[in-house]
Write a protein that binds this ligand. Sequence first.
Ligand SMILES: [Fe+2]
Length: 243
Amino acid sequence: MRRDPGRVAGRARGRPELRARRPARLPGYRSTRLRAPDRPVVALTGGFDDVSGPAFGQGAVEEHDADLTRQHDGEPLGERIGVSGRVLDEDGRAVRGALIEVWQANAAGRYRHDVDRHPAPLDPNFTGAGRVLSGDDGRYQFVTVKPGAYPWRNHENAWRPAHIHFSVFGRAFTQRLVTQMYFPGDPLMELDPIIHAVRDPRARALLVARFDIATTQPEWALGYTWDIVLGRGAGATPLEEPA
Ligand SMILES: [Fe+2]
C-alpha cells in the first residue's frame, strides 16, 4: 500500500507526542544519517500490516523458545548465562503477558545472518533468537550464551560492546520497546556511539544488566538481572535510538 506523504505528515502534525519520538540523527553514529526519518512518525491505524520487524514465527510461544542453548542437537560454545528480570510499567506495576523477543551474536561475535561478514565462526548449535512471555508478576527468564563483541564499520576500529537486542510488546500492541541490554564492566561501552545515543548517563545505566549471584546457578551458569520499564517516565528503559 502506498501512503500519501501529505496525509502521513498531517497525521502526526497535531500529535506532539508522536513528533517527540522521532529517532535522532547523531553525527558520531553513522547509520542514523539513513535511519533518522525526515518526516514525522505515523500513527498506526492499519493494524499488523503496518508493522515490520524481526520474524519469530506466528505459532504460540513455547517453553523451549526461552532457552537459546537448547534449540539444536548440541550445546553452543561460550559462557552459559541466565538473563532474567521483570517487565514493569512506569508506576512499578508488573506487566503480565508481555512478549519479549531477543536476538544476539554468538559467543564469537557473529550473527547468523547473511549480511554479517565478520570473520568469526558461526556456531551450528546457536541461532541467537528467542522469545518468552512475562509471567503474572512480570518476570521473564532466558538462558543463552554471552554474546561476543564484534566490529562494525561505523568508524576506525569500531567494536560493539557485548549486547542482547530486546523487543518488548507491552499490554497494547502499539506499546513496543526495541532496545539493547549491555553487560556490566564492558570497556567498549565507553566508546560505543549506539549506547551514547542515549545522552543521559542515568538513562544509559538503565540499559546495563546487573551481575546477580542470587540467580547464578552453581556449576551451571552466571546470572544477570535486567528489569524493563515500559513507559515515558525518568525510570523508563530507553529506546536504542531515542529522540
Ligand atoms: Fe547487535
